[in-house]
Design a protein. Structure first.
Length: 122
């Protein structure tokens, strides 16, 4: 392996590759394959970027939510609770309607059977 030289990547290329992974949500291996680099190399760059963001106080995923995000989360939870209540009411109505339709179907079945028996008896 004496003739193999190590490839060097400039900081702009590294930052661009990391940005592609973060913004597109594609797997590191897929992006690395597209860029023609080793997936472990790109994985290391992404990890270094995450560590740098956490140390800088960025939203690396482990920090506290901002106040507006907490308010939005509370609002969404309230909306979900309302929708669950509404769904339960609608479901009860559907169950009642289904039961009524089944009763009506049974009555119609009986009337058809009686009609057929009456026609056969004549």
């Amino acid at each position: 392996m004496a003739g193999i030289t190590r490839r060097r990547f400039d900081p702009e290329f590294r930052a661009g590759a990391v940005r592609i992974v973060k913004e597109t949500g594609k797997p590191v291996a897929h992006v690395a394959r597209d860029l023609g680099i080793n997936e472990y190399t790109l994985h290391n760059w992404v990890q270094m970027d995450r560590l740098a963001a956490e140390q800088a106080g960025g939203d690396g995923g482990g920090g506290k939510l901002k106040e507006s995000a907490e308010e939005e989360l509370a609002r969404l939870r309230r909306e979900k609770a309302e929708l669950v209540k509404q769904h339960a009411k609608e479901k009860a109505g559907w169950e009642k309607e289904r039961a009524e339709l089944e009763d009506e179907r049974d009555v119609l079945k009986r009337s058809v059977v009686l009609g057929v028996k009456e026609a056969m008896g004549r």
